[in-house]
Write a protein that binds this ligand. Structure first.
Ligand code: 8YV
Length: 328
């Protein structure tokens, strides 16, 4: 029997591509070319499955061009690159990589919060530019983390990881807002109190965004929400670009309507809104919250395991939809 044909849409760990080759006929992309949607569709036309990394849009037009496609395995916990309804209607399985990146991403969210609140990037630039000639009492004063109020919007696995770090490690008063409340047991474990979004924005010293990107979460933070925040507050986005209105944020930062922001994700990334590049009170990182070798390997292996389980056992490990099998 011939092996299923798989497209690996971006360069990934070579040994994990080799692992896939033991099960599948693989077309990979070792040069890491960023294919246009038409180029991706052309390569998927004869494939049974795909390994994606979160930036390839899987929609009805692409599915129509790939009649044999049965599964798309995303190497990411977020899957806003999937049109899930179109995939389900077309009988195409989608999978993601939850859990394996939770703690690494929560570590990074906390690091970005600390770097932002304590002005680490801005002060390093000052030092590197040779501007540090003397100590002064108010040089790069930031805001405290310990004992402050941490507001988390989006209390899934990663949000809970950040809450635990804040409450248990730094004695923070943790409040959260989410589509649904956590169980009393989880609230107690995270030492987190549920509040409305407006109360969170008005009272938090630090706001961290960890919500999935959906049409409903588009611009969760825009000019109106920024206006509710304390002028001393910091905002951290490790969720997705599009959750924050980056143009409105750049204005709020420039006018010091909030103190600072830390951003790992951007609307239209890898492009970054030009105004964010010129305001000093923002820490910018290139979507690296899950980037440690063990975690990226675990994500790639879980995406590969999903493909293997789907074709060899009939069901993937971490599905995001329940399609009817595709008519072939
Ligand atoms: C990925 C992420 O690195 O898992 C996610 O949702 O945002 C990151 O961990 C990125 O999506 C590329 O796969």
């Amino acid at each position: 029997m011939s092996k299923p044909r798989i497209l690996v849409a971006r360069a990934i760990f070579p040994d994990i591509v080799e692992r896939l080759r033991q099960h599948f006929e693989v077309q990979d992309n070792p040069e890491d070319v960023i294919w246009t949607p038409a180029e991706l569709a052309e390569r998927l036309a004869d494939k049974d499955g795909a390994f994606t990394t979160g930036s390839q849009r899987i929609d009805a037009a692409l599915l129509a061009a790939a009649p044999g496609l049965r599964i798309v395995a995303n190497m990411a916990v977020g899957y806003n690159n999937f049109d899930v309804d179109a995939m389900t209607a077309a009988g195409v399985q989608g999978t993601n990589t939850p859990d394996v990146l939770t703690e690494t991403t929560a570590d990074f969210g906390f690091a970005l919060l600390m770097a932002t609140a304590r002005r680490m990037t801005e002060s390093e630039h000052y030092l590197r530019a040779g501007q540090w000639t003397k100590w002064s009492y108010d040089m790069f004063s930031g805001s405290d983390i310990h004992g402050s109020t941490l507001g988390i919007i989006g209390m899934g696995r990663i949000g809970q990881g950040i809450a635990r770090r804040g409450a248990h490690g730094f004695g923070m008063n943790v409040i959260y807002h989410n589509r649904s409340r956590l169980s009393p047991e989880l609230e107690a474990e995270c030492k987190a109190r549920y509040v409305g979004k407006e109360e969170l924005l008005r009272t938090a010293d630090h706001v961290v965004l960890v919500v999935p990107y959906t049409p409903a979460s588009h611009h969760t933070i825009g000019a109106a929400e920024l206006a509710l925040m304390k002028p001393t507050a910091t905002l951290v986005n490790i969720a997705r670009g599009g959750i924050v209105d980056d143009a409105a944020l750049a204005v709020a930062l420039r006018e010091q309507r909030i103190a600072a922001a830390g951003l790992d994700v951007f609307e239209g990334e890898p492009s970054v809104h030009p105004d964010l590049l010129t305001v000093p009170n923002v820490v910018l990182t290139p979507h690296i919250a899950s980037a440690t070798v063990p975690t990226r390997r675990a994500m790639a292996n879980l995406a590969a395991d999903n493909l293997i389980a789907f074709f060899e056992q009939g069901a993937p490990l971490t599905p995001v939809n329940t399609p009817e099998p595709r008519a072939r």
